[in-house]
Write a protein that binds this ligand. Structure first.
Ligand SMILES: [Zn+2]
Length: 64
C-alpha cells in the first residue's frame, strides 16, 4: 500500500499514510474542504432541493 499523500510506502503505524505528517496533511485537507466529496451526487441533491416544490413528492416515491 502506498501513502495517498506522497505515494511512498505506507508505514504500518500510520496506515494508510507513511508518517504522522502525511496523516496530518490528510486531516488538514478534510477540515479545509479540499477533498472532493462525491460531488455530482451532492450537487444533484442540492438541485432537487432548489426546486423542491415540484420534485419533492417524486423524489419520495423514488426512494421507496
Ligand atoms: Zn506520505
Amino acid at each position: 500500500m502506498t501513502c495517498p499523500i506522497c505515494r511512498k510506502d505506507s508505514n504500518e503505524r500510520f496506515r494508510p499514510f507513511c508518517s504522522g505528517r502525511c496523516a496530518d496533511v490528510d486531516l488538514g485537507r478534510w477540515l479545509g474542504g479540499e477533498y472532493s466529496l462525491p460531488g455530482p451526487d451532492h450537487d444533484d441533491d442540492h438541485d432537487d432541493r432548489a426546486k423542491a416544490g415540484e420534485t419533492g413528492p417524486q423524489k419520495d416515491r423514488q426512494r421507496q
